[in-house]
Each structure stands twice: as C-alpha cells, then as structure tokens.
Design a protein around this ligand. Structure first.
Ligand SMILES: [Zn+2]
Length: 382
C-alpha cells in the first residue's frame, strides 16, 4: 500500500478537523496511521462499508489494516451527520496529503518531479523542429555550448506544434538588427531595432516568424552574470525556448500573456533548471533548487500568496516561488499534465479552467495546499 501511495500521488486538503468527510463520492481523511507513518489528508474512493459501529469515536486517527484491507474510521461526517467507528474497504486511493516528516515530504516531491521530468525528456516527440542559432563573433563561447543543447532538448522533447526556434547571441543591436533584416524579412533597420528591444539581457520574441531567443552578451559581460548568477545563466537556453513552446502549445502569445507569472515564468525556470541538471551544466539539488529557494524568499515575495503572484512587478519575484510551486505541481500530478494546461487554453478556456481540466483539481485547492506546505517546500533537500 505504501508503494501504491507513492505511485498514485498526493493531495493536501486544508481540513484540520480530525473528522473524516464523505461527500457521497470521496472520503477525505485528515490523518491515517499505516505501519510506522501517519499520512495526512488522504482522499479515497470507498469500496464497501463493512460496518458502522456507532458509539464514541475511539481515536483521533484512522487506521489502515493491510492484512484485511480495511480502513477503520474513527469519525466521519456525511450529509450533516456524524458516524463513529466505521469500517470500510477502499476502492482506490485518490490522493495523499503527506506524512509527518516535513523533510520527507519535500524529498518525495522532488524525487517524483525529477522522475517525471527524466521520463518525459528522455523521449523526442517533436523531431523535425528546426533550431537555428546566430552567434556574433567575440561573444562568450560558453553560450555556443549551452544554447544549442538547451534549446534543442526542450524544442524536441515537448509535444508541441513548434516547427522552428531561433537563438541569437549579440554584442550590439546593429548586428542583431541585421540578422533580423536578413533572416526574418524585417524591412528596415529601425523596425528591426524596435523588435529586438536590445536592452534586456535575454528575452524571447514569441511570434511568427521569430520564435527568437536573444541574449545580450554585452550586458552579460558588464554584469559578469555568468560568474555572478551561474544558475540563472545556465537555465536560460531551455527557459527561453520553452517560452516559444508555451506559445505553440497555447496557440498564441496573447493567450500566454493571461497566465499568472508564477506559472508562466515558474514553469520556464523549472524546465530551465531541470534541463541544466539533465544536460550536466550544474546540479539541480546542489545549485539550482537552493537558488530558487533564495529567490522565493527575496524582496517582498514572502508577503504574497502564490495566487497573488500574477504580474511582472518589483514587489515580488515570480521566478523562484514559481519554480518551487511548479515543481510541487509536477511532483504531485506529473509533467505531462503541466503541458496540458496550455493545450486547454488553446481550446479557449481561461487559465483557471484549463488548470482544473488538465490537472484534475480546482486551482483554489492547489493554492491552498501549496500555502499549507509552503514553508516545508522551501526547505533544502540533499
Ligand atoms: Zn522567462
């Protein structure tokens, strides 16, 4: 059963009451004791009701007896009535909130997420996507190592309609503008400079004919960012091309622009940092996750609920908390469902409805279980 728990995934309800709740379909169990572990907030589908004992409830906890396959329920609320000492069988486990060890929760999430990423990214689903890269002579050769690897991995692995992606490292805007004029049918130098908007250190232009990720290597050199922000820089190739993948999955940049930044950027940072680990640029656990945690604790971010992290503002950092929340989501539900959110949006649903359709739970439930476990998830794992 423990194995089954781990395979089926986990869900965290906010119910702190010790009484179970049955809604006619699902049974929510605040705490259930199994072997040497107390699992919290477990949701199951019932098989048969074996007996209803009545009387006082005997324990704060439920017990699962592996040998009989029976769950002993101390107290359960159903249709406004309380029933004590009920014995049932379980048809299936829908979800499990966690166990008493905080460290083990975070470890379970990270392990599950990493397994899901690795399974998914070891397969190519979009083999014909064409990557073209442009490197201005004199730019840092590290980019020529990282960018093709990171961009190709993501563009080829994710099941999207992206047919091409472009990467460019430029030292000055005129060189970049020339590339746009020569290769993307941009008519004038002024238009090319406007499209390029070269002040950003790195960015992605996410509409046809571009799907162009741009690195400003002059800014990178001035800020010494490859040395000062090694995790941030190494995750950029997979991160930036994933913005193009998001756009392809959601069928347009205007749809993507409605996604809250915790997920829009958090998903990119997740893909960026997990890909950096996968490609051997650095270690996710040693380098990237602590970096994301530090960002999640930076500026005013701790003052905001995840549900409030929706825009590009200086009040909070969407990227770190977004990565940890995306990891939590993927650890619980698997990486494929995270991509399906965009596919639902492409059908015309808004983000919240797409989340519900793709993930299977209401986004409010996800927000509440994330907040309930937020401090735990911000613990380091090694
Ligand atoms: Zn981004």
């Amino acid at each position: 059963m423990r194995r089954l728990f781990l395979v089926l995934g986990f869900l965290f309800a906010t119910n702190c009451d010790a009484t179970d709740l049955y809604d006619g379909k699902s049974l929510t169990i605040p705490q259930v004791f199994y072997k040497d572990t107390i699992y919290t907030n477990v949701i199951v589908s019932l098989g048969n009701v074996v007996s209803v004992g009545g009387g006082e409830n005997s324990s704060l906890l439920d017990f699962f007896d592996e040998s009989s396959g029976q769950l002993f329920i101390s107290s359960v609320s159903f249709s406004g009535n309380i029933y004590n000492n009920v014995v049932v069988t379980i048809a299936n486990i829908q979800s499990i909130g966690g166990s008493q060890s905080n460290q083990s929760l975070t470890r379970m999430i990270v392990n599950s997420s990493k397994n899901s990423y690795t399974r998914y990214f070891s397969q190519i689903r979009n083999p014909n996507v064409k990557l073209t890269t442009y490197f201005q002579p004199g730019s840092n050769p590290l980019w020529q190592n990282w960018i093709p690897k990171g961009m190709n991995l993501v563009a080829q692995a994710v099941d999207s309609t992206l047919t091409y992606a472009n990467g460019m490292v430029a030292l000055d805007e005129n060189w970049g503008a020339n590339i746009l004029q020569q290769n993307f049918n941009v008519a004038t130098n002024t238009q090319a400079i406007n499209i390029l908007n070269f002040s950003n250190p790195y960015k992605t232009i996410n509409n046809a004919p571009f799907f162009l990720s741009v690195w400003n290597d002059t800014v990178a050199t001035q800020t010494n960012s490859i040395v000062n922000d090694p995790v941030g820089m190494r995750q950029t190739p997979a991160h930036e091309v994933f913005h193009s993948v998001q756009t392809a999955l959601a069928n347009g940049p205007s749809t993507v622009s409605t996604i809250p930044t915790w997920f829009k950027e958090g998903h990119c940072v997740y893909i960026g940092t997990y890909s950096s680990d996968y490609l051997g640029f650095n270690s996710y656990l040693v380098d990237a996750r602590p970096w994301a945690i530090q960002r999640a604790k930076s500026a005013g971010t701790p003052n905001f609920l995840l549900s409030q992290i929706v825009g590009y503002v200086a009040d909070y950092d969407s990227y770190g908390i977004g990565e940890i929340a995306t990891e939590f989501l993927i650890g619980l539900f698997g990486i494929e469902k995270s991509f399906n959110i965009y596919k639902e949006m492409a059908k015309g649903l808004n983000f919240n409805d797409s989340f519900q359709k793709a993930i299977g739970i209401n986004i409010k439930t996800f927000y509440s279980i994330f907040e309930a476990n937020r401090q735990t998830l911000l613990l380091p794992v090694n």
